[in-house]
Ligand binder design. Structure first.
Ligand code: NDP
Ligand code: MG
Length: 391
C-alpha cells in the first residue's frame, strides 16, 4: 500500500491549482512548487491549448485534475490521464468544471487577458488563497470581483510584483495611515527611443523588455505602458485607494518594486531583483518567507537608483486611463478588452505599434457609457468590441 506523504508526516500538503500553467508565470510557479514539494502539491493544471507542455507537466507533477480548452483527439495526454486515474476536462469550460469540483487551498490565476475574469470570479469562495497574476480580471471586472470578495473568505495575494510590494509594505499598517502609493515602472524598451522612429517599431523590439522576461502580451503592454495603466487600476481595486493617491514613477532599474508613504512622512519600499519568482513564491506560500536561491542585490555594485516622472507624450495611455477612470462607467473594461485584441493584432503584424493606443481610444469613444456591467453584459460588450475591431 502506498502511503501519501501527507499521511506519513501528518503534515498536510497545500493543494495548488494553476490556471495558465504553460505561460511565463505558470512555468515559474511549477518550478517553485518543485522546490517546495514538502509543502506544496499540484492538484490541478489548466491551459488553453499547450497540450505537449501539459502532457510533460502532468507526468512530472501528477495532478488530480487537468483542463485544456483545445486538444487533438489522439493526443497521448488523453490516454495517460485515463490510465493514471487523472480527471481530464476538455473544452472551453474545462477550468470552470475543475474549479467546481476541486478542493484547492491555493489557486494561481496566471491566465493572460480579460478572459481571466471568469476564473477569478469562479475561484473566489472556492479556495483559501487566490494568488492573482491576471491583473486584467481586476481591470475588466473590478466591481464584480470586489463584490464577490466581500461575500467570501478567500484571501487575495497579488502576484504582480508592484502589488506584491505594496501588499508587503502595508502588512502591520493601518489603511487609514496610508497617504500615497508610488507605483514604479521601468518605462519598458522605448523609454529613451527617439519618438520619430516609433513608426518603425517591430514586434521583436516591442517584446524585448530590458529587465523582465515575460509573456508576449504583457511585454507589449510594458512597451506601450498599458501595463502600468492596468496596474494603476489594479492597485486602486486591490487596496481600495483613491486614484489621486497613486503616483506612477519611472524607475528604469526595476529594483524598487513599489513604495508607500504614510501620514507621518515615513516611507516603506520593497526591493528585489527583477525576478518574478520572488513574488510568485511569496503568494504560493501564503505570505510565508522561505529560503530561495533567487538572485540577490549588491548595494556596493549597484550604486544608484533613478526615478523620473512619466512622459505623457511618449506614453499617452497613462493620461487616458486617468481620464477614463474619472469618467467611470464601462470605459476601463473597454480599455482592457480592446487592448487584448489590438495587442493580438500587433503580435500578428496586422497593425503597427503606433496604432495600438489610438485604436483603443477610438473603441472607448465608440462604446463608452456610464453603466456598470454585469458579467453577461461584459460578455456581450466583448463580442461587440471584437466585431468592431475586426476579429
Ligand atoms: P503567457 O502568455 O506567458 O501565458 C498565458 C497562459 O494563459 C498560458 O498558460 C495560456 O495557455 C493560458 N491561457 C490563455 N488563454 C487562455 C484561455 N482562454 N483559457 C485558459 N488558459 C488560457 O502570460 P504570462 O504568464 O506572461 O502572464 C499571465 C498573467 O500574469 C497576465 O495577466 C499578466 O499580465 C500577468 N503578469 C505576468 C508577469 C510576467 O512576468 N509574465 C508579471 C506580472 C503579471 P496556452 O499556453 O495553452 O495558450
Ligand atoms: Mg507588474
Amino acid at each position: 500500500m502506498r502511503i501519501a506523504k501527507e499521511e506519513l508526516f501528518n503534515f498536510p500538503l497545500k493543494k495548488i491549482g494553476i490556471f495558465g500553467a504553460s505561460g511565463s508565470i505558470g512555468k515559474q510557479a511549477l518550478s517553485i512548487i518543485k522546490d517546495h514539494s514538502n509543502e506544496l502539491k499540484v492538484e490541478a493544471l489548466c491551459v488553453n491549448s499547450s497540450s505537449d507542455f501539459l502532457y510533460e507537466a502532468v507526468k512530472e507533477f501528477h495532478p488530480r485534475y487537468v483542463g485544456i480548452n483545445f486538444i487533438k483527439d489522439n493526443h497521448p495526454l488523453i490516454r495517460y490521464c485515463s490510465l493514471n486515474n487523472i480527471q481530464l476536462f476538455i473544452g472551453k469550460d474545462s477550468a470552470s468544471k475543475i474549479i467546481e469540483i476541486s478542493n484547492l487551498n491555493i489557486a494561481l490565476n496566471a491566465i493572460v487577458g480579460s478572459i481571466g475574469l471568469d476564473i477569478t470570479l469562479g475561484l473566489i469562495g472556492r479556495c483559501e488563497i487566490l494568488a492573482l497574476a491576471n491583473k486584467e480580471s481586476l481591470v475588466v471586472g473590478g466591481g464584480l470581483v470586489q463584490e464577490s470578495m466581500n461575500n467570501h473568505s478567500t484571501k487575495l495575494i497579488p502576484v504582480d510584483s508592484e502589488h506584491s510590494a505594496i501588499y508587503q509594505c502595508m502588512l502591520g499598517e493601518k489603511t487609514d495611515n496610508l497617504q500615497k502609493v508610488y507605483l514604479t515602472g521601468s518605462g519598458g524598451p522605448f523609454l529613451t527611443r527617439n519618438l520619430k522612429t516609433f513608426n518603425s517599431i517591430t514586434v521583436e523590439e516591442a517584446v524585448n523588455h530590458p529587465n523582465w522576461s515575460m509573456g508576449q502580451k504583457i511585454s507589449v503592454d510594458s512597451a506601450t505602458m498599458m501595463n502600468k495603466a492596468l496596474e494603476w487600476i489594479e492597485a486602486i481595486r486591490i487596496f481600495q485607494i483613491k486614484p489621486d493617491q497613486i503616483e506612477i514613477i519611472i524607475h528604469p532599474e526595476s529594483i524598487i518594486h513599489s513604495m508607500v508613504e504614510f501620514v507621518d512622512g515615513s516611507y516603506k519600499a520593497q526591493l528585489g531583483s527583477p525576478d518574478m519568482r520572488v513574488a510568485i513564491q511569496y503568494a504560493l506560500l501564503g505570505g510565508e518567507r522561505k529560503n530561495s536561491s533567487f538572485p540577490r542585490l549588491s548595494f556596493t555594485e549597484q550604486l544608484s537608483y533613478n526615478f523620473f516622472p512619466v512622459d505623457y507624450n511618449r506614453f499617452p495611455i497613462l493620461f487616458l486611463v486617468k481620464q477614463w477612470e474619472k469618467e467611470g462607467g464601462n470605459r476601463i473594461p473597454i480599455m482592457s478588452i480592446a487592448n487584448d485584441i489590438v495587442v493580438g493584432q500587433f503580435l500578428k503584424r496586422e497593425i503597427r505599434f503606433v496604432d495600438i493606443i489610438p485604436k483603443i481610444e477610438k473603441t472607448v469613444e465608440k462604446f463608452a457609457n456610464n453603466s456598470s456591467l454585469t458579467k453577461e453584459e461584459l460578455a456581450k460588450l466583448t463580442s461587440q468590441i471584437q466585431h468592431y475591431l475586426g476579429v
